[in-house]
Design a binder for this molecule. Structure first.
Ligand code: ATP
Length: 237
């Protein structure tokens, strides 16, 4: 299997403060990789570094293209969709207009309607809410809209920042089942940041554990599940 994302020596900073200290990791095409870690470890910053939203150094190679010098809009054009922490939907716009906005960089405008229907087939509730202002959606619906909007880009790589955050367990379960379908049916590779390690390891095939801006453990999800430190600190058994 080929590698879709290859990151080497990734550093990122906010002003003078360096928060990532040279990360090396990769993601196989069609795979799901998760980055686990406690609050403040640098998970969100890692995703922001890939999508060009923070100052960064190092190599970020996606499908053979070097991204570390590109700006966010150009990174999006490479088929990298970021579902940020806090979802980032436009609250005054309707659900469907939010979806349309996700396709803004695309040239194949005639295929957009079909893709909106495809998003609705994954998330039927969004079809019911299509004319509703996004700001009136429940937390789960808003997260589904954020994922749906990212899919409108027809991404090859989806960056997911804590999709389970603040959602009820049943909604989380439903959301993660749909993420699995998106991965399998559409072949979208995913880099998933999560504090809920059990959930993340269930979806992902590979995992990295981040501590204060350094990768301290990496391996297949099965091997990480058996790791003593991960079990004690992140899985609670
Ligand atoms: P969380 O789960 O709390 O989001 P995280 O692992 O995603 O944690 P980051 O949000 O990437 O961690 O934060 C990494 C470090 O960078 C933390 O020490 C944090 O305080 C710092 N940091 C994050 N955002 C900023 C910012 N905008 N300005 C300055 N420092 C920041």
């Amino acid at each position: 299997m080929s590698v879709i994302l290859d990151v080497k020596g990734l550093e990122a900073s906010y002003g003078p403060t360096n928060v990532l200290h040279g990360l090396d990791f990769s993601l196989e095409e069609g795979g799901v990789t998760t980055i686990l870690g406690a609050n403040g470890a640098g998970k969100t910053t890692t995703l922001r570094a890939i999508s060009g939203m923070v100052e960064r150094k190092g190599v970020i190679n996606v499908g053979g293209k070097e991204l570390s010098t590109l700006r966010p809009a150009d990174i999006t054009r490479q088929g990298i969709a970021h579902v940020p922490e806090g979802r980032g939907t436009f609250v005054r716009m309707s659900t469907e207009d939010n979806l349309r906005l996700g396709a803004y960089t695309r040239k194949d405008k005639n295929e957009i309607e079909a893709d909106i229907e495809r998003v609705y087939s994954y998330f039927p509730i969004l079809k019911q809410r299509r004319d509703q202002q996004a700001g009136t959606l429940s937390g789960g619906e808003a997260q589904m809209l954020a994922v749906g909007r990212a899919l409108m880009l027809r991404p090859k790589l989806l960056l997911l920042d804590e999709p389970s955050f603040g959602l009820a367990p049943l909604i989380v379960q439903e959301l993660f089942e749909i993420l699995k379908r998106i991965n399998v049916e559409d072949g979208v590779s995913m880099l998933l940041v999560e504090q809920n390690a059990a959930l993340a390891l269930d979806l992902a095939d590979h995992a990295y554990l981040l501590e204060t801006g350094n990768i301290v453990i990496s391996g297949t999800s099965d091997s990480i599940l058996e790791n003593e430190t991960v079990r004690r600190s992140y899985l609670g058994y």
